[in-house]
Design a protein around this ligand. Structure first.
Ligand SMILES: C[S@@+](CC[C@H](N)C(=O)[O-])C[C@H]1O[C@@H](n2cnc3c(N)ncnc32)[C@H](O)[C@@H]1O
Length: 215
C-alpha cells in the first residue's frame, strides 16, 4: 500500500485494494504457498488426504485457487468484500464447493484448527497491537504436522514508518517459531514497484514452517 496509508479513509483503502485485485487476479500463486502444498503432497503420497487451509488476507485469491486446484478445502478471509467476490468469480465452478469466503478483520479473526495457515502480504497491514496477537492465533491454530506459510515485511521496509502497519525484525519472527521446523526462510531487500506500479523499498520475509511439537 502507499506509504501514506495512515492518512487514507476506509473508502480510499477499499478503492486501493479493488485496483490491486484487478491487477493481481490472474497472477500465479506465491512460492511460499506452493512450497507448503508440495510439503504436504510429499507426505500424503499414496495416501490421499483431505487437507484444510485458511488463507488470510486472500485478496483476489492467487494462493486460495492454487490450494483448491491441489484438492484442498479453503477458508479465505479478507476484510474487503471485493476480495471475496473477485476470488469467487475467478474460481472454476467445480472447485467452488471447496471454497468458503469470509469477510472479516484479521485483527479479530479466530483461526480454526487447520493443516495450513497461509498469509501472503497481509499481516503487515495490522498495527503492532493487533499483529502480534493475530500471529499468535495463527501459530496456535496449527496441530503438530501443520504448517504456516507467510510473507511479512521486515523492519527495513519503506512501510516501517507507518504506525498503522507492522514491519518486524526478522529475528523476532524466527524467535516466535519455537516448536516449528523452518522449512523455507528467505529475507530479501530490493527497490521495485508494487503491483500498482509505485516504487517501494521491500524488506520481505518469506517462510514456511512445520509444527513439530506443541511447545
Ligand atoms: C497486498 S494484498 C495481498 C493479497 C493476497 N494475499 C495476494 O498475495 O495477492 C493484502 C490483502 O490484505 C487485506 N487486508 C489488509 N488488512 C486487513 C485486515 N485488517 N483484515 C483483513 N484483511 C486485510 C487487504 O484487503 C488485501 O486484500
Amino acid at each position: 500500500m502507499s506509504e501514506d496509508s495512515a492518512q487514507q479513509t476506509p473508502e480510499e483503502i477499499s478503492e486501493y485494494w479493488a485496483r490491486y485485485y484487478k491487477v493481481t487476479v490472474d497472477r500465479p500463486a506465491w512460492e511460499t504457498v506452493r512450497t507448503a502444498i508440495a510439503g504436504f503432497a510429499a507426505q500424503d503420497a499414496g495416501a490421499p488426504s483431505s487437507r484444510f487451509a485458511v488463507d488470510l488476507g486472500c485478496g483476489a485469491g492467487r494462493d486460495a485457487r492454487e490450494l483448491l486446484k491441489a484438492g484442498w478445502r479453503v477458508l479465505a478471509v479478507d476484510r474487503e468484500p471485493a476480495a471475496i467476490e473477485t476470488l469467487t468469480a475467478a474460481t472454476p465452478a467445480e472447485l467452488r464447493p471447496m471454497l468458503q469466503g469470509r469477510v472479516e478483520d484479521l485483527a479479530t479473526v479466530q483461526v480454526p484448527p487447520c493443516d495450513l495457515v497461509n498469509a501472503s502480504l497481509c499481516l503487515p497491514f495490522l498495527a503492532p497491537d493487533a499483529f502480534w496477537p493475530t500471529w499468535r492465533r495463527v501459530l496456535d491454530a496449527l496441530p503438530v504436522g501443520g504448517r504456516v506459510a507467510a510473507m511479512l515485511f521486515g523492519d527495513m521496509d519503506a512501510s516501517a514508518s507507518d504506525p498503522t502497519m507492522t514491519c518486524v525484525p526478522p529475528d523476532r519472527i524466527r524467535d516466535s517459531l519455537t516448536g516449528f521446523d523452518l522449512e523455507h526462510w528467505s529475507v530479501t531487500e530490493e527497490d521495485r514497484p508494487t503491483a500498482l506500479g509505485e516504487m517501494h523499498h521491500f524488506h520481505l520475509i518469506e517462510l514456511v514452517a512445520r509444527r513439530t511439537s506443541q511447545d
